[in-house]
Design a protein around this ligand. Structure first.
Ligand code: CO8
Length: 264
């Protein structure tokens, strides 16, 4: 599909932004293709998604500066909304999305990674919100998600200075969970996706929703959100089998088996 490929391997999907000649910069077409790729994923089958960029140099080098350069005020706002809508789709995607950041993650590139559940990167990755150097603000959620992820003070410093940071610093400030040699990154992301996919899918989805929704509200309401989602797992086949397996194991360790969760 156009600028975005989606490959399903058993129960994980690898979505690749494929515009390497422009370092995978996000123009309107790439954004449309991304939305279509996520819409096309069958979440009855796929239990985790890996999002990455084509090539070994760049994850996403930002929104397309050429396309943005002539926008009017109204068009700028509409372009921001277009990006926000698709990034929100990723953030709220029913199953976890892991960003495998294989190089530049600047501007919209850093922002799309922050709409994913988990970020891991290669040693050559570079992060930053360079927008104020271009005369604009971050417009695909950067002012909101960066502050939520790494704290307002550090986010303000990065955004106001427009300074790019390397992988080790991104790791130190908690922007990414782990750093890998470039050649190991995708395998590491797929391994993590498979680990997620091996767990009870209804429970994993409920965890994502509980964390995301709970972070938007106060602790009392957040705990109610958790209670409801916790309750929703009971009477599922996977809950019954997961717990029965544990109890069988206690009776007789020889009865240990890996539960093949059914998503039911
Ligand atoms: N947009 C369009 N094209 C790009 C972009 C981009 N963001 N980044 C790189 N490219 C293109 C280059 O123009 C070049 O194309 P060509 O070969 O046709 O000249 C090709 O990719 C390769 O790039 P370079 O030759 O520049 O490669 P270098 O290795 O020398 O440099 C850099 C790599 C450092 C990543 C450099 O390309 C760069 O600084 N890119 C721009 C990074 C940037 O500023 N990104 C933020 C953009 S703003 C943004 O993302 C705002 C998001 C919110 C939008 C809200 C809208 C309202």
């Amino acid at each position: 599909m156009g600028f975005v490929n989606c490959e399903v391997k058993e129960n994980i999907a690898v979505v690749t932004i494929n515009r390497p000649e422009a370092l995978n910069a996000l123009n309107s077409q790439v954004l449309d293709d991304l939305a279509a790729a996520f819409d096309g994923i069958d979440t009855n089958v796929v239990r985790a998604v890996v999002l990455t960029g084509a090539g070994e140099k760049s994850f996403v080098a930002g929104a397309d500066i050429g396309e943005m350069s002539t926008l009017t005020k109204a068009e700028g706002e509409a372009f921001g909304k277009k990006g926000n809508d698709i990034f929100r789709k990723i953030e709220q995607f029913p199953v976890p999305v892991i960003a495998a950041i294989n190089g530049f993650a600047l501007g919209g590139g850093c922002e799309i990674s922050m709409s994913c559940d988990i970020r891991i990167c290669s040693e050559n990755a570079m992060f930053g919100q360079p927008e104020v150097g271009l005369g604009i603000t971050p417009g695909f959620g950067g002012t909101q998600r960066l502050a939520r992820l790494i704290g307002a003070g550090m986010a303000k410093q990065l955004i106001y200075t427009a300074r790019n940071i390397k992988a080790d610093e991104a790791y130190r400030i908690g922007l990414v969970n782990a750093v890998y040699p470039q050649e190991e990154l995708l395998a590491a992301a797929e391994k993590m996706a498979s680990q997620i996919a091996a767990n009870a899918p209804i429970a994993v989805r409920a965890c994502k929703k509980a964390i995301n929704d709970g972070l938007q509200t106060d602790i009392d309401n957040a705990l109610v959100i958790e209670e409801k989602l916790f309750g929703s797992c009971f009477e599922t086949e996977d809950q019954r089998e997961g717990m029965a397996n544990f109890l069988r194991k206690k009776d007789d360790p020889a009865k240990v088996k890996v539960v093949a969760f059914k998503n039911a």
